[in-house]
Design a protein around this ligand. Structure first.
Ligand code: NAD
Length: 325
């Protein structure tokens, strides 16, 4: 149904996702505020545009993959944003894959539903928005094995499914009613569910990364190398994703951020963002979550000390420096 795809936000995730769309044969144009990120695409002949609006002008569908709610809101509604055309839009489908709070998604859907399409389509004359946060991390983005959790109009979801499957291997449709109208309350509740699940997942990941890092540091100071400890952990009860797939000690595993100076991956600032959301939820439910607070403090401190763009597994280097493999 569409071949021209605009992609905005070419960071750790977006870079790979846009590349997978190009590989799948879509005509992709891209935008990012970071010129270096754009250069990686212009160097190989991909169309780059200076503003989100310019991307929108030449696209049937636009995908955003941005750090947080405020960035998404700016890219849509800011000067030269996607909606800059005075309510008249070229793309009929707008997909946000960033992890953002559901209130912003809802506000954005409501704003978009007031817009009109420049060219009327079979199903109607208004553009449609899908929320499609992902799980699977940078490795999944690179391998094209992400899972998309999609909220929005079912027809739009079905039309966009081939796009999702060019970047991932699973799509879960989680909301939207028939009769051509989106039940925003249903979508809101489902998105809250998925965002909540994502926050819980990332909380467990943050805490397990800290636990594994401390255990490695202790082991190394007791004279056991990180490689030996990794073998032991991975065949016993300490085995977890942080030890067997995303080891934080430089040199233990190939292809993970710790082995490339903690570049790429899931940045400390995004982890701090998710831990802040987890801590706020913990407060709301009125329970004490001591590890959540501790992890939140550690990752916020990491950001303050200049590690915000490094992968979150850099907690190992930050707190236990001098103990690399
Ligand atoms: P990132 O910080 O690496 O990339 C974000 C990109 O957006 C950057 O290139 C940045 O320059 C660009 N950007 C920021 N503001 C912009 C603006 N106003 N206009 C245009 N471009 C702008 O983040 P990421 O790791 O790629 O994550 C993106 C989203 O995906 C986040 O919401 C994150 O929570 C979510 N996510 C990340 C992972 C992961 O493992 N990294 C996994 C699942 C979900």
């Amino acid at each position: 149904q569409f071949e021209r795809v605009g992609f905005i936000g070419l960071g750790n995730m977006g870079f790979h996702m846009a590349n997978n769309l190009i590989r799948a044969g879509y005509k992709v144009s891209v935008h990012d505020i970071n010129c270096n990120a754009m250069e990686k695409f212009s160097d190989k002949g991909v169309t780059t545009k200076a503003t989100p609006f310019e991307v929108a002008e030449i696209s049937d569908v636009v995908i955003t993959m941005l750090p947080s709610s405020s960035h998404v809101w700016d890219v849509y509604t800011g000067p030269n944003g996607l909606l800059h055309g005075g309510g008249l839009l070229s793309p009929w489908l707008l997909i946000d894959s960033s992890t953002i709070d559901p209130q912003t998604s809802r506000r954005l859907s409501a704003t978009i539903s007031q817009c009109q399409l420049k060219e009327k389509k079979d199903y109607g004359d208004a553009p449609v928005m899908l929320d499609a946060p992902v799980s699977g991390g940078v490795l999944g983005a690179e391998a094209g094995t992400l899972t998309f959790m999609v909220g929005g109009l079912e027809e739009a979801y079905l039309a966009a499914r081939p796009l999702f499957l060019s970047m991932g291997k699973n799509t879960i449709y989680c909301g939207g009613t028939g009769n051509g109208s989106v039940n925003s309350l249903t979508i809101f509740l489902l998105l809250i569910f998925f965002i909540a699940a994502k926050i819980c997942n990332n909380l467990a990941m943050a805490v397990s990364m800290l636990g594994v890092s401390e255990a490695f540091a202790l082991g190394q100071s007791l004279g056991i190398t990180a490689s030996t400890l990794t073998k032991i952990f991975n065949s016993s009860s300490a085995r977890c994703w942080s030890s067997d797939s995303y080891n934080p000690v430089p040199g233990v595993m190939e292809g993970v951020p710790s082995s490339r100076d903690y570049d790429g991956g899931f940045s400390s600032k995004l982890m701090a963002k998710d831990l802040n959301l987890a801590a706020a939820s913990a407060k709301e439910v009125g329970l004490k979550f001591p590890l959540t607070s501790q992890a939140q403090e550690i990752y916020m401190e990491l950001c303050k000390e200049g590690q915000e763009s490094k992968d979150f597994s850099c907690v190992f280097r930050h707190y236990y420096s001098g103990m690399d493999e």
